[in-house]
Design a protein around this ligand. Structure first.
Ligand SMILES: [Zn+2]
Length: 296
């Protein structure tokens, strides 16, 4: 009995030792050996990039719209790298490459008086103070048939400097101010009230991003506004600047108003989109197929 169990133990040791040695020497074990699969998401880990912190200022690479979306229309085209002069990055330009290419055409939307009256009524209801001014006509279709100068975008909130906007753009701005910006300001510490919004430009007959080539900007037909900063009673102004990762209340405010802008505008660009949007929020009401929105 005793001797049989001794033999058994020796036999077991005799089998185990080579196996342990094989493992230690790195001998190949069968490829299909048992692999823990309790976390399937980790299986392709070799190819999975590490998580990237959200909205790091890293990628100026604009996200592309779905294949069936119209070309990223109102997107102010990505800025060229500062080291390269814009004309060199351009698509093939006619022989006369030295001359600035003529502006491409753009069609300013036809306005309808009934729709304008309705729009004005909505603006008044929100407390906007405005004036319809003389039609604007620029080169190659630029212009606004019924431009508005808005002095106060909603009750108690000024809009400066003077604007030239279509009524629909002003209405989108008023709705955003009333339903997104004012509540965001109220959520700031202490007692803070939004008193003013300052912009960098409204109507300008130019291409996207002021580039020498490319499509015309929505600014050229009164559909766009560039928001620079917000003024308050109760605290210092908050300007639009790259804030990702700052971790402060100003970043929270900027994220909130930018996120909410996509409910009212169809294009929202800002810091992180590309270098030319680092100091403002570009908001426009471009119409695209399928109601596609480009919010970055
Ligand atoms: Zn803009």
């Amino acid at each position: 009995m005793g001797s049989r169990s001794t033999i058994g133990r020796r036999l077991a040791r005799g089998l185990a030792l080579p196996l342990i040695m094989a493992v230690c020497m790195g001998l190949d074990l069968p490829e299909n050996g048992p692999v823990p699969v309790d976390n399937p998401r980790q299986l392709p880990s070799a190819d999975t990039p590490p998580p990237v912190p959200e909205e790091k200022p890293a990628p100026p690479e604009p996200s592309s719209p779905p294949a069936d979306a119209p070309d990223p229309e109102a997107k102010d085209a990505p800025a060229p790298s500062p080291s390269k002069p814009a004309p060199d990055t351009a698509k093939p330009v006619p022989d006369t490459a030295k001359k600035p290419a003529p502006l491409p055409g753009i069609t300013a939307p036809k306005e309808d008086e009934t729709a304008l009256a309705h729009c004005e009524a909505q603006l008044r209801k929100l407390g906007a103070v405005f004036d319809r001014v003389e039609p604007l006509t620029g080169e190659n279709g630029c212009g606004i048939e019924a431009p508005y100068r808005i002095d106060q975008i909603v009750r108690g909130v000024t809009l400066s400097p003077a604007t030239q906007l279509r009524c629909q753009t002003a209405l989108a701005l008023a709705r955003w101010t009333g339903s997104v910006v004012i509540p965001a300001a109220k959520a700031l510490p202490d007692t803070v009230t939004l008193t003013g919004i300052n912009h960098g430009s409204t109507y300008v007959c130019r291409r996207r991003n002021n580039l020498a080539t490319g499509k015309m900007s929505e600014h050229a037909i009164g559909n766009a506004i560039d928001i620079i900063d917000f003024e308050f009673k109760g605290r210092k102004p908050i300007g639009i600047v790259p804030r990702a990762g700052d971790g402060n209340i100003e970043e929270a405010f900027q994220r909130a108003v930018r996120g909410g802008a996509c409910l009212h505008f169809t294009t929202v660009l800002g810091p992180g989109t590309d270098a030319s949007h680092d100091d403002h929020l570009h908001l426009d009401i471009a119409e695209r197929r399928g109601g596609y929105r480009l919010c970055e």
